[in-house]
Design a protein around this ligand. Sequence first.
Ligand code: IMP
Length: 423
Amino acid sequence: MNKADVLLGLQWGDEGKGKIVDVLTPSYDIIARFQGGPNAGHTLEFNGIKHVLHTIPSGIFHPTAINIVGNGVVIDPVIFKKEIDALASLGVDVSAKLLISKRAHLILPTHRLIDAASEAAKGKNKIGSTLKGIGPTYMDKTGRNGLRIGDIETNEFKEKYNTLVEKHKQLLSFYNFDYNLSELEPTWFEAIESLKKLQFVDTEHYLNTAMQNGKKVLAEGAQGSLLDVDFGSYPFVTSSNTICAGACNGLGIAPNKIGNVIGIFKAYCTRVGSGPFPTELENETGEKIRQIGREFGSTTGRPRRTGWLDIPALKYAIMVNGVTELMMMKADILSDFNTIEVCTHYNHNGKVIDYLPYNIDAKYLTPITTPLKGWNVDLTQMDSKAKLPKELLEYVSYIEKAVNTPISIVSVGPDRSQTIRMK
Ligand code: IMP
């Protein structure tokens, strides 16, 4: 039986997972998303066109690969329909190659309203949620109130919907939040009708049988390990398990059937939304990284916070995921810097430590960085390891040594073709 490989982000999301899944898809038969929902924005670029996917796996542009939306994903039918329509306008017919788990939960219009109401009530302590209804939908899942894709096909669907919406209305009245549900519901139910044209499947059976038959599966993570609900910077996290174990829960693949774990990280760090960020640069350097790196959210358009690479945080993510190979993204963005700082340790309550502790709030922790020499050359036209500047190769070796894990790909631009294999 083949094992499934897992690809996930090791920072606060936006590492460039979409691009790499697209690059690796020719080596796989099945690409499967295992958690998150339309809070994600996976960007792919090829032939001069840029595509942003939110819920649909990033293997969808490959002619034969099967794409699975697993049970751990939460689906907003309205956003899902828009994604399918956008793909159709590019000539991509998803009907034969997109399968949705019957166990995946649905995001209702009221989940989005509760998300907005809850964030508004939190005031300055808000999470900085994408407001896509992710938290409230996972709350209903664990609270055993949720509505699933499989419910759409039952006669009780509307009744179940109404029961849940009544609960949500009570919650919204508690928040004293103004809304007009009748404006949102018709579009949602229309989108449910289009969803019905797709294949609803017991994806856990499908995947395990496929692996038994020698098919190669790549599980695609969303968000990043530092946004994991258990291991991220809680409460400033998303509501799912973004780490490797989430692929087991979110697809029905047993832990001993996991193969390679591919960890994606940027050559620096970014974060969007609130919460601690030890290496954040709230200065000109941070602004320069933001502008050169076009660090603005692909789902919300918000400016991303920027900072230097954080090695203790990277080591932590490698540990909780069991990462076997790393891929470093956006090396080209650092070409304009003579010196690149890397955080190697933290000063934590007066003590120097080299690991990510429980509380990473700036009150308790400051980064200790070391300067490395920049490469100062444009990387975007380079197409082989042999052409890479010595300083970049030194940067790569420095990280590999610090985290004791090999880097197999260095990305030097957003296009598929700007991908350098290091092996
Ligand atoms: P939520 O998942 O929309 O509730 O957002 C919770 C936190 O995770 C916020 O700080 C978001 O900005 C962040 N977040 C959610 N999805 C992504 C993503 O795909 N990339 C980066 N940050 C994300």
